[in-house]
Design a binder for this molecule. Structure first.
Ligand code: MEV
Length: 334
């Protein structure tokens, strides 16, 4: 009997969300909140011991099972990334599930293969969007999309609907971030659609998308120089641009304003409409208190975490041993 365990991290976006959907630059970091999954073959699909339903087995998981053509599996899911919060929970789930099912079927589990499959699952489910979340979760650490990069930092190239993305690794200096969760769940698809309609009908909104692209390039430059003052100021400016695009909300604005006195800068992160904001700070406790006093839940997060990992375990009666399935994708970029 074979059991496969896989896990993948959530992420947050420092700069570039929404504009990245149109092929503009973006920067995202994997965070120490993960989705862990364990799968084994079964007579019927089960999730955490219960028969699978559309409620406990997401459309992403169904898409991946269908694409791979696996026989039914029993899945145990332990999700530590809050859903609908802009922290890439569906990307982390898709990566972990894609890696687990691929390994069970003896298929490749390298990061690029998993990132592509997870993106297809996200796209099929949302009907739109960029490969940022799935790439950040698959690779781990820090990634950039559509920025100038050194050849050795190139990860993969993805095309969809007339847009294309060059995904590359970025070196991230030590920085402290606090995420504030409004607790308001907001699905990504409708927010991306809202921005699409606005930019298609309004040249001013299309100009804001271009401006976010430029702010992101400036932010990458500031990060390379370890200029946290500049990077923070660009994050706060980016929040204003995203607000103009209509993807912020009162709760996010209040938490961003409350964090700014103790931060280099703060902004919403992810698709917005609720979900989370993020502050770059060297006073995390103060920021966490400010977020709490505005009704949010703060997480002092750590970056520099591994991307998707997978382990295959063969049971022989009561004994079992662990074997690595091909190359452990977690070790690719270490
Ligand atoms: C969501 O984390 C980021 C968005 O840019 C959507 C996407 O890139 O697919 C809003």
């Amino acid at each position: 009997m074979t059991t496969v365990s896989a896990s993948a991290p959530g992420k947050f976006v420092i700069l570039g969300e929404h504009a990245v959907v149109y092929g503009k630059p973006a920067l995202a970091l994997a965070i120490d909140m993960r989705f862990s999954i364990r799968v084994s073959r079964s007579d019927a699909y089960r999730v955490n011991g219960q028969p699978a339903t559309p409620y406990n087995m997401s459309s992403h998981m169904r898409y991946i099972s269908d694409r791979i053509g696996t026989t039914p599996v029993s899945v145990y899911v332990d999700g530590r990334v809050p859903s609908g919060s802009g922290l890439g929970s569906s990307a982390a789930l898709s990566n972990a599930y894609a890696a687990a099912i691929s390994a069970l079927e003896g298929l490749p589990t390298d990061k690029e293969t998993i990132a592509r499959l997870a993106y297809e699952a996200e796209y099929a489910s949302q009907g739109r969007g960029s490969p940022m979340d799935t790439s950040a979760s698959a690779n781990g650490y820090g990634i950039a999309l559509n920025v100038p990069y050194r050849e050795e930092d190139f990860l993969w190239h993805i095309e969809k609907d007339g847009n294309s993305w060059d995904v590359s690794k970025i070196e991230v200096p030590h920085m402290t971030f606090v995420i504030g969760n409004t607790g308001i769940k907001a699905a990504t698809g409708p927010l991306v659609e809202k921005v699409k309609k606005y930019t298609e009908s309004n040249t001013f909104a299309a100009g804001i998308v271009d401006e976010i692209g430029q702010v992101t390039l400036d932010g990458l430059d500031a990060m390379k120089r370890n200029d946290l003052e500049k990077l923070g100021a660009l994050m706060t400016y980016d929040h204003k641009l995203l607000s103009i695009l209509g993807v912020s909300c009162n709760e996010l604005n209040h938490m961003v304003e409350a964090a700014i006195p103790y931060s280099y800068g703060a902004k919403l992160t992810g698709s917005g409409g609720g979900g989370c904001m993020v502050a770059l700070t060297d006073r995390p406790e103060k920021v966490a208190k400010a977020i709490r006093s505005h009704g949010g839940t703060p997480y002092i997060i750590h970056t520099g975490v591994k991307g998707v990992t997978v382990k295959v375990r063969e049971h022989e009666g009561h004994r079992h041993y662990i074997k690595k399935k091909g190359r452990d994708p977690a070790e690719d970029s270490e």
